[in-house]
Write a new protein. Structure first.
Length: 138
């Protein structure tokens, strides 16, 4: 069995963003040479997420509004975590959206359902962060 590991780095200039990282993960799969196996992709920061969904701008807008309703950024004083910080909402948004995804690899391709894409969700940006891509298989 082969193993491949790569870190994808992001520096999002805004507080929140959803970035389609499917092309980067597909490039990792090509580099790995693995034809059958599994891809794990996870956020390496507790205020970011990796998830699978549709790459549709209306849905991304809806996510932003929904997440802000569930865990509003302001007032920052509403969160105990925010003593000296202002990112408690980002921790909660990450919890909702999840830490990682696992995708099957079949015949050298990500074995997705219709419309599925991999996203990096940033909820406390404006600094350098990373996601891990780990691929195992043959």
């Amino acid at each position: 069995m082969k193993s491949y590991r790569k870190e994808l780095w992001f520096e999002v200039p805004t507080r929140r963003a959803l970035i389609n990282i499917t092309p980067q993960v597909e490039e990792c799969l090509r580099e790995s040479g693995i034809r059958e196996g599994l891809v794990l992709c996870n956020a390496m920061h507790i205020t970011a997420s990796v998830f699978i969904n549709d790459d549709e701008t209306g849905l991304h807008h809806d996510y932003d509004i929904w997440l802000e309703k569930l865990a509003p950024h302001e007032p920052v004083s509403q969160y105990r975590h925010n003593v000296g910080e202002d990112n408690a909402d980002a921790h909660m948004k990450r919890q909702i959206m999840g830490r990682e995804v696992v995708v099957a690899v079949t015949d050298g391709k990500l074995d997705f359902g219709t419309w599925e894409q991999i996203f990096y969700g940033e909820f406390d940006g404006r600094r350098r962060k990373r996601a891990l891509v780990k691929i195992i298989g043959e």
